[in-house]
Design a protein around this ligand. Sequence first.
Ligand code: ZN
Ligand code: FE
Length: 253
Amino acid sequence: MGNLKVDIIPCLSDNYSYIVSDGNQALVIDPSESKPIINFLEKNNLELKFVLNTHHHFDHVGGNLELKNKYNILIAGNANDKERIPGIDILLNENEKFNFNMNSIEIINVPGHTSECIAFYIKNENIIFTGDSIFSLGCGRLFEGSPQQMWNSICKIKRLPNNTKIYCGHEYTMSNAKFIQSINNNTQIKLKINEIEDLRAKDIPTIPTTVGDEKELNIFFQADQDNIKSLLSKDFLTDEEAFKIIRSAKDVF
Ligand code: ZN
Ligand code: FE
């Protein structure tokens, strides 16, 4: 436990790629672009072994082929997304384990943002990489999936231990916090906004968050709560209906 090191690599305007290292061997999750990844690997004398992709969007796979040309690596992604993930070598399926040296990485399907989004869960380290499915205080836009699918994906994440660290694909925390405040203005979210402001002023990522913190603050995680449903409508809402209303409101926020 605690053998792996996670480094956050800011890419493009607000993406995060993650370098996971075990001694001097490394894998990278969602390399948006190759340059910042190569710089980090060289500076820290790391040997890149794998690229893991959460989904096919350009800002998550943009560095795949350049990294593959430069290093002796294998690229892993959802088997169902093999036509859309550049350079894919290893086809992953739900509940399968991907082994990185002695570390077992579990594949969890989290459709909604795209139909084939996956998350990488390292149980021994209490870490999950969620791509654009779950953000700190938010969730991804539904480009290919239904509200029902995304709500199910969120419920899978909610079932993980509260101390699970969540590493997501973008720095969207402040705008997500402001959206929550627009619906459910309370002391907790005000304090959180101050905290985010402090971090961002120093250019520090607000990532990782944890499953426990998201359950307390992330309104998308709370679509099954009566107090949230009553803020949305006078009528009785199912969890999925409440989630759909929140997601649609965020789309135009
Ligand atoms: Zn995306
Ligand atoms: Fe993205």
